[in-house]
Design a protein around this ligand. Structure first.
Ligand code: UD1
Ligand code: MG
Length: 471
């Protein structure tokens, strides 16, 4: 019997926990709405509901997805003849979007009261004529709502692309630019609302350039749209081991949320507090749906997340970092993804053959993963310059290369971080590889934040965390 069919029902313990969690969250939500609307508390409660809803729906809808043809074989298992549901990230994305939409009134609660009843006081009685003359709507922060809605449009667009890709396996050249279109609403809002396109120059460069800021102008928008293409794709190509797509995204989201929380501790009003709060509102429900998926996608996977999840996760990071004005900080948290992409380029750009799957090779005899390889026939050797580059990488221990007795290249390991890790650390079980890569992501990310807030002071005059508000 297929694994998915066995477990599509929730156990009684699971039902109990999920119902309990949902009830507590609904109660917290109702309290928040009765009070001042406390958006952060409401966001936490909605994230709990998002977790419970995704968890249950991933289970219930598994067989339906298989029936619809959204299924895949786990290539790193002994018995991989069973199909398990694919594209389960689609459920997470849809639950997330609905939750984010339900959340809209909360961050604007106080503003809605001010704009509709006057003076922020719900007891105020207004004359009909006054109401018709205008309900103080000019006081409503329309620009903030526009940011919020633009984020939703971008995330919806990327979810459409992901589901399309999972259904039709769209070719790289056809889907490459779509995330840049999806990010257009964000860029428009950035232009209108913030518009900062200059970067602070390191102090040691300032005397030569003669100024503190360097304006990148339109290039800054080019950089942000390039990043919206890079981020979703970079998550999707650091994949192929149970759980790794989701666990890397959770680590990045947790680190971003931690960075946001640092700004909440500064005395209010700090100029960056609101944009970091905005970021938290988008990250907390993302963490809710992602944990529900991780439980099912972790080794041994009962579902696959699909490209939908990878694109969607990457776009959540783009959304929060552009609208939260910290797109450069995100780079520090994506170091493993950037390395994996740069390291992959010879295969992605066709200099070295790129098989459909580059995931590590499962050795059924030992039950462990080994680096997967590209084979080179005697009469189809790489061009001399590429062969030299491959040999150099091998000498630098950045590749495993096997030669025959005549010195011809027989095989080279595929150029992904997962394979490289196995070259360095030797064969290991799938879950161990996933844990080690996730831990590496967390350590590098924490170091990135440390660099951002502490070491950066060596080359910049100040960290914006310490800037006092002029408001
Ligand atoms: C990307 C990678 C590809 C890798 C694949 C695995 C590039 C350019 N592409 O392709 O090398 O093999 O992800 O996700 O680097 N699968 C497993 N175990 C897992 C996850 C996936 O066996 O833990 C297999 C399943 O058969 C699943 C399929 O991979 O159905 C999904 O692959 P898909 O996400 O469509 O591959 P790509 O994103 O195109
Ligand atoms: Mg994929």
């Amino acid at each position: 019997m297929p694994i998915a069919a066995q477990s599509s029902q929730l156990s009684s313990t699971e039902t109990l926990y999920l119902s309990g969690l949902s009830l507590v969250c609904v109660a917290v939500l109702v309290r928040a709405f009765e009070g001042e609307g406390e958006p952060l508390v409401a966001s936490l409660a909605l994230s709990g509901i998002a977790f419970a809803a995704s968890y249950a729906m991933i289970r219930w809808l598994g067989p339906t997805f298989i029936k619809a043809g959204l299924k895949g074989r786990d290539l790193s298992k002994v018995n991989n003849s069973n199909y398990i549901p694919e594209c389960m990230g689609g459920i997470c994305a849809v639950v997330y979007l609905l939750i984010i939409i339900v959340f809209i009134p909360f961050p604007f609660y106080k503003d809605i009261v001010v704009a509709t009843s006057g003076g922020g006081n719900r007891d105020v009685v207004m004359n009909v004529e006054f109401v018709q003359q205008g309900r103080l709507l000019h006081k409503f922060p329309h620009s903030k709502l526009a940011s919020y809605l633009s984020a939703i449009i971008s995330l919806q667009s990327i979810t459409l692309l992901g589901i399309g890709d999972d259904l039709f396996d769209i070719r790289w050249r056809h889907k490459f630019f779509i995330p840049a279109f999806a990010s257009l609403p964000l860029l428009v809002i950035y232009f209108i609302d913030f518009g900062v396109t200059s970067i602070v120059l390191p102090t040691f460069l300032q005397p030569y350039v003669g100024r503190e800021l360097f304006d990148l102008g339109i290039l800054y928008y080019g950089y942000m749209s390039a990043f919206s293409i890079f981020s979703p794709n970079s998550i999707n190509i650091l994949a192929g081991v149970n759980g790794i797509e989701v666990s890397q995204s959770i680590v990045i989201a947790l680190l971003l949320a931690f960075n946001d929380a640092l700004y909440l501790l500064t005395p209010y009003p700090h100029p960056a507090t609101d944009s970091h709060l905005f970021s938290l509102y988008f990250l907390l429900p993302f963490l809710g749906v992602s944990f529900a998926l991780l439980i099912h996608n972790w080794y041994p996977a009962r579902v696959f997340c699909g490209d939908t999840y990878c694109y969607f996760a990457g776009m959540v990071f783009v959304v929060v970092s552009i609208l939260g004005h910290f797109s450069k900080t995100l780079i520090l948290l994506l170091v493993p993804q950037i390395f994996n992409f740069v390291y992959s380029t010879p295969q992605l750009f066709g200099l070295i053959p790129c098989p459909r799957h580059r995931l590590p090779h499962f050795n059924a005899r030992t039950g462990q993963l080994e680096p997967s390889v590209t084979k080179w026939e005697k009469d189809k050797q790489p061009r001399p310059i590429i062969a030299a580059a491959l040999r150099l990488l091998s000498q630098l221990r950045l590749l495993r290369l096997k030669e025959d007795e005549q010195g011809l290249i027989e095989e080279t390991s595929n150029l992904t971080v997962l394979n490289l890790w196995l070259v360095w650390r030797g064969p290991m079980r799938e879950d161990r590889l996933a844990k080690e890569i996730t831990a590496m992501q967390a350590v590098l990310g924490l170091f990135g934040l440390f660099v951002r807030h502490k070491l950066a002071l060596l080359i910049f005059r100040e960290d914006n965390l310490n800037i006092r508000s002029a408001v």
